[in-house]
Design a protein around this ligand. Sequence first.
Ligand SMILES: [Zn+2]
Length: 193
Amino acid sequence: MSDAAIGAAAAAAATLLFEVRGLRASFDGNPVLRIDCAPVTSFESGRLGDLVADLRDTLENFRRSNGFGRAIAAPQIGVTERIIYIDAGEPVAMVNPVIVRRSRKQMTLWDDCFSFPDLMVRVKRNLAVLVRYQDREGRKQELEAEGSLSELLQHEIDHVHGILAVDRAIDSKHIVYRTELERAAKERMEVVL
Ligand SMILES: [Zn+2]
């Protein structure tokens, strides 16, 4: 086999692997999304690193085909462990994340999710949170976040406890199709009063 042929075969294999990873994404209705996930207790093997790479690749794949997505939680690739991966500027993998402080001030916003990509949900979240977590080596870390990063963390941490954004809708009228919301925004209409 020539070098070029070997390169092409390797690229094809990489694409296949990528697609297989993408196919593992879980969508609303899959019971795996409703499990209160187990904490991670072992940081010894390379398994955690593989899992984080899988989360990163699946998120990148999803973002390429759907045009949105800033974070992913392990149950969304069928793994029921408390791991989330955030890529909102500086990528960070959080193991066993816990919200230890929430601002009293709240914000209301439209939220979306990888696991029901066609829907938008109006939710109320805390404006700021303090999250404690472990990095992939098991070291204790903290992250304080406000605004959209705070909302993202609350969304992803909900995922590892089997809670979806649709559960947080301010009411049932505020679960709508993305296309309708976008159309209304273009026409400057209020979708739901
Ligand atoms: Zn989600």
